[in-house]
Design a protein. Structure first.
Length: 296
């Protein structure tokens, strides 16, 4: 079983089609098709179901995918381990929720860059569910996610503690006024895409408030989210620090919630097994203040 075949298989599973996988792998579609057919022939069973919208994993494909992801991650780790001499350098891919990236990370990233300029750092923002998948697949070295996270293949370190608040337009001075002044179904929930922990919490709050059928409107940026709230398009759930530091903080109202809903811990996660690169060790030293972990 060729590693390149497994990497191609994982790319098709991730993108959902031959064309998109070929673009991601920077190769031609015929090469992707040939590798998938070769892998299916070696295993002796179809790995994908072909349909008009693309390709979906069969049962056999779903069972194979975690092994393909682990082998690809091990391959990348092996190359990095061979090149790593203990001095922080080389590529480092970190993931983060957009709210954390906007408020908590600028100072941390600046400190890291000044201390370890030889590291080529890249930052990707996504919902927590996507970030967890990225770390497990090895496309991310580590990520800042909303806790709690429990997974046998991950380790988690507490990074930040946040207070979540319900954010509405300025005219709603209290939760009581908001609940009394909106329709029976409740206000529109302004949310990030599926997989966002804050979205899940907001939906839980809406259920408790008696608004399970409230409309949802997805937005892709933090500024867009707060701007739409200020325009009274709906309400959202965000960390208090994020709203306070926004240029539009004076145009919205923050409503305090019970500790059950308000408290959330931001965790830094990474894979439990495998080689921890010097670049990742250097990043963790900035996060924890422990210089000893980057000793060669």
């Amino acid at each position: 079983m060729e590693l390149s075949d497994l990497q191609t298989f994982a790319a098709v599973a991730r993108t959902g089609g031959i064309t998109r996988a070929a673009e991601e792998l920077n190769t031609v579609q015929s090469n992707v098709t040939q590798r998938i057919k070769a892998l299916e022939g070696e295993i002796g069973t179809p790995l994908f179901e072909r349909h008009s919208r693309g390709m979906a994993l069969t049962g056999a494909g779903k069972r194979l995918l975690p092994y393909a992801q682990r082998m690809a991650a091990l391959s990348r780790e092996a190359v990095l381990a061979a090149r790593d001499d203990g001095e922080p350098k080389g590529p480092l891919s970190i993931g983060s929720m957009e709210t954390t990236a906007a408020v908590r990370l600028p100072t941390l990233l600046a400190d890291f860059h000044h201390r370890f300029p030889a590291v080529r750092l890249s930052l990707r923002t996504s919902p927590t569910a996507d970030l967890v998948d990225g770390v497990l697949e090895g496309t991310l070295d580590g990520a800042f996610v909303a806790g709690p996270i429990t997974h046998a293949d991950l380790t988690a370190t507490s990074a930040f503690r946040e207070e979540l608040v319900l954010v509405s337009a300025r005219r709603w001075a209290s939760l009581a006024e908001l609940r009394a002044g909106t329709s029976e179904s409740g206000p529109t929930a302004l949310v990030f895409r599926t997989g966002c922990t804050y979205r899940q919490r907001l939906e839980q709050i809406f259920v408790e408030f008696g608004w399970p059928s409230a409309a949802r409107f997805e937005l892709g940026t933090l500024d867009g989210m707060i701007g739409c709230v200020a325009a009274d398009m709906g309400v959202t759930l965000l960390p208090r620090t994020v709203v306070e530091r926004s240029a539009m903080s004076g145009s919205v109202t923050m409503h305090a919630l019970s500790p059950l809903h308000a408290r959330v811990e931001t965790l830094f996660i990474q894979r439990r097994a495998g080689h921890q690169t010097s670049a990742l060790q250097g990043f963790r030293s900035c996060l924890t203040g422990d210089d000893e972990i980057i000793a060669a």
